[in-house]
Design a protein. Structure first.
Lengths: 313, 248
């Protein structure tokens, strides 16, 4: 029973929370509302899964939100300038991937702790985002080939949910089914043991951080396409939510370890919580207070990997 | 006994400090060689050189009669020399199977150019390795941190078996183990040796050395001062030799 609670307790609590809102929050169970929650979850979960992949290698990526904002601005600028959506999307993804790789090189080659390196990258990304936009958001009637990436649906399933499924599937496949994924996990679990076993631990850390950047780029493209706009701080609000999703995710399925299913369920739980509180008339600041509590309690419960990543200065 | 590994004139200096001074050592095929010495005698430096973790400042190493140089532990491993480090170099929260195959996971093709982990085969093989060491573990997915010290040694030795290492270096394998677990580890060493593998045992525990080793090399202040068969020695006599550097 104890083992069940350790592994699935948080997920069951999330389910209980959802059932509570079904019973007491007006319109929570309405299909359109649930669909909105799911779409909102997509942005958060994709960003947080990137963070998860970095943390699996025991590295923090505190730049995800700012890198996502920069990638959104780059994509938006090219769309606004009439460039092809393909080019705009590729540029956004490349910038984000490059930022992630830069983090990886700073951590593994320059030996800067990821806590510091990614904070630096966040500041750089923020600066570039404001430089490109001059502080003004790009907004316009953008081509449907671009906005269709995030809007619309296929066989009744929203595109955003399909993207989320692809990212979750890809990340799970990488971590659980491939040698590279196992090497990333071994690197995060026991760096020295992995190195002595012949694993290229530096390369694994660079990969984890680069993938984190890439998924920040995917989030950025989806946000930009969904909103038909790009602003230099547009992903800023996702920062604490992404961290909370990863931390809360570490309290389930593989307790104490960053894991993809945990992050997914945690992201959904956080969005359900936010939506439910709003529908029940809670003041806007209640969400922030609850979010802060979730972060602290999650770390206290089981986030040993995060402690390890944060304090190896 | 033909030496599988020979060291000639091995020297190692750390700045002005000479840790090893002209070590000549032959390690015979299929023997259990114990390397003993007080703290600072040079045991760790010698092991790091044989295992590829460090390169010597001078001297030559020959493996099966051919001169070799190890630039990394992987380099030594590829040539059949595996090292089981004092802290075992295991990932505590990963499973037995993951630890046995760490860095050498088996895969099977899923699609052209796409290979996935062959989890079933790895589990079967890991079970087989532990079985060869007469260690039974019911759940191969149990994290290593939930195993006893002796069982952890068995996992580390299983990794050496997977690599099919001909020379296995064991650095203080019974340190911090209880009596029962120590007996299990000594039994593992005998089984490893019975398979025809050469074992190099680094130990402070003279009772362990006399229990399993066939030969002992004693280092003192970076020099090899004694190299003799263990037969006829008891733990006290050996301890005296380590302290004085002289045969009693």
């Amino acid at each position: 029973m104890r083992s069940f609670l350790e592994t699935y307790g948080t997920a069951v609590a999330g389910l209980a929370l959802a059932l509570f809102f079904v019973a007491f929050a007006p319109n929570f169970a309405a299909p359109t509302n649930l669909l909105n929650v799911l779409k909102e979850t997509s942005f958060l979960a994709i960003l947080a899964i990137g963070f998860t992949l970095a943390l699996i290698t025991s590295e923090l990526d505190l730049s995800v939100a700012e890198v996502a904002s920069l990638a959104a601005v780059v994509t938006g600028a090219l769309i606004q300038a009439g460039q092809s959506p393909l080019l705009a999307v590729a540029a956004g993804l490349l910038v984000a991937f490059g930022a992630g790789l830069f983090n990886g090189i700073a951590v593994t080659r320059l030996k800067v702790p990821s806590l510091i390196a990614t904070l630096g990258t966040a500041a750089i990304a923020k600066g570039f985002a404001f430089m490109i936009t001059q502080g003004v958001a790009f907004v316009g009637r953008w081509p449907s080939e671009f906005t269709g990436i995030a809007r619309g649906s296929m066989l009744g399933v929203p595109h955003l949910v399909i993207w989320l499924a692809l990212v979750v599937g890809g990340a799970l496949f990488l971590v659980k089914c491939t040698r590279t994924g196992v090497h990333m996990t071994a690197t995060g679990e026991a760096d020295e043991a992995a190195r002595l076993a012949g694993i290229a631990t530096g390369r694994m850390k660079r990969l984890g951080l680069a993938l984190s950047g890439l998924l920040a780029g995917v989030t950025a493209v989806l946000l930009t396409a969904s909103l038909s706009s790009a602003a230099p701080n547009m992903a800023g609000d996702y920062f604490l939510y992404a961290i909370a999703a990863v931390l809360l995710g570490m309290t389930m399925f593989e307790p104490g370890r960053a894991n993809v299913p945990g992050t997914l369920v945690a992201a959904l739980t956080l969005k359900v919580l936010g939506n439910g509180l709003v529908l029940m008339g809670a003041a806007y600041y209640v969400q922030d207070i609850v979010l802060g509590l979730i972060i602290i309690v999650s770390v206290a419960l089981s986030a040993t990997a995060l402690k390890k990543a944060a304090f190896k200065l | 006994m033909a030496p599988v590994l020979s060291l000639r004139g091995i020297e190692k200096s750390y700045g002005a400090v000479a840790a090893l001074k002209g070590i000549d050592l032959d390690i015979g095929r299929g023997e259990v060689l114990a390397i003993c010495g007080d703290n600072g005698a040079g045991k760790s430096s010698l092991v790091r050189i044989i295992s590829g973790a460090q390169e010597p400042s001078a001297g030559a190493i020959t493996l099966d009669g051919k001169t070799v140089s190890f630039r990394s532990p992987q380099d030594a491993l590829a040539k059949g020399i595996a090292t089981i480090y004092q802290d075992l170099a295991l990932a505590p929260r990963l499973s037995i199977v993951q630890n046995v195959f760490m860095g050498a996971e088996l895969t099977r093709p899923l699609l052209p150019f796409v290979h996935i982990l062959d989890k079933r085969r790895m589990e079967d093989l890991a079970k087989g390795y532990l079985g060869r060491l007469s260690v039974a573990v019911d759940d191969m997915h149990r994290p290593v941190e939930r195993l006893s010290g002796g069982q952890r040694q068995a996992v580390a030795i299983s990794r050496a078996l997977h690599w099919d290492a001909q020379v296995v270096i064991m650095d203080e394998p019974t340190a911090a183990l209880g009596v029962k677990e120590t007996a299990l580890v000594l039994d593992l060493i005998r089984k490893l040796n019975a398979e025809g593998r050469t074992v190099v045992l680094i130990s402070h525990n003279m009772a362990d050395v006399t229990a399993v080793a066939t030969r002992v090399a004693i280092l003192k202040s970076g020099r090899k001062v004694i190299d003799r068969p263990v037969a006829g020695l008891d733990a006290d006599g050996l301890a005296h030799m380590v302290m004085t550097g002289k045969e009693s």
